[in-house]
Write a protein that binds this ligand. Structure first.
Ligand SMILES: C[S@@+](CC[C@H](N)C(=O)[O-])C[C@H]1O[C@@H](n2cnc3c(N)ncnc32)[C@H](O)[C@@H]1O
Length: 193
């Protein structure tokens, strides 16, 4: 027997992205933050694909831009200094293979600038329409963070009500640490056309 390394919530989110996204796809990172997810997506879509990434903080976009530049993939990414609740104002419906929300605060930044239930739910509704048939909507929630419990509960209530069979909704979390409220990964796969 060998010791198994169990993935955390962010790794699970990447598992779903990797499974769905192929070269040439267009995808969305709804919370750019420090750009780790944006970079992960930029590698998946390849030089002919496109990543659209949103954040409300210029510090986050600067950090993301620097990371993408260093990796030589900035030209396949468009960064938006606006809230993800405005996604549908700049992106067309039904066009994206994957959309990820990695919620909460900017690591290393201002912990009071967190994602919030009301705008997150509005953005999730838009993301459901922006997703192409067969695409995946991935959400990482942080119920243990300041303000995170309310948002994680709102996301759980919303996403677990997506209709079957149009949506296949998966939920992964560590089940025996509920007092610590560990991060959770949700993935909603839209039924192929
Ligand atoms: C946990 S971080 C994202 C981590 C990031 N995906 C990465 O790989 O480094 C959450 C980010 O959401 C951003 N945020 C907060 N409210 C937002 C909103 N309404 N629209 C878009 N981003 C928002 C914060 O500024 C923060 O940078």
């Amino acid at each position: 027997m060998k010791p198994i390394r169990v993935p955390g919530a962010v790794e699970w989110s990447h598992y779903f992205l990797r499974g769905c996204v192929t070269e040439g796809d267009s995808v969305v990172d709804a919370t750019a933050g420090n750009g780790y997810d944006t970079l992960f997506l930029a590698k998946l879509v390849g030089e002919h694909g496109k990543v659209h990434a949103f954040d409300v903080q210029s510090a986050a976009l600067d950090s993301t831009s620097e990371r993408l530049q260093e990796a030589g993939v900035l030209s396949r990414c468009t960064l938006y200094h606006r809230g993800h609740e405005e996604m549908s104002q700049v992106l067309p419906m039904g066009a994206y293979a994957a959309i990820i929300f990695n919620l909460g605060y900017l690591p290393g930044g201002d912990r009071t600038r967190i994602t919030r239930s009301q705008t997150t739910l509005e953005a999730l509704r838009q993301a459901e329409d922006l997703l192409a048939p067969g695409g995946v909507l991935v959400v990482v929630t942080y119920p243990g963070h300041e303000g995170g419990w309310e948002e994680a509960s709102a996301v759980a209530a919303h996403i677990s009500e997506l209709e079957s069979p149009q949506w296949n909704v998966q939920h992964i979390r560590r089940a025996n640490l509920s007092h610590a409220r560990p991060p959770e990964c949700w993935a909603a796969v839209r039924r192929p056309a």
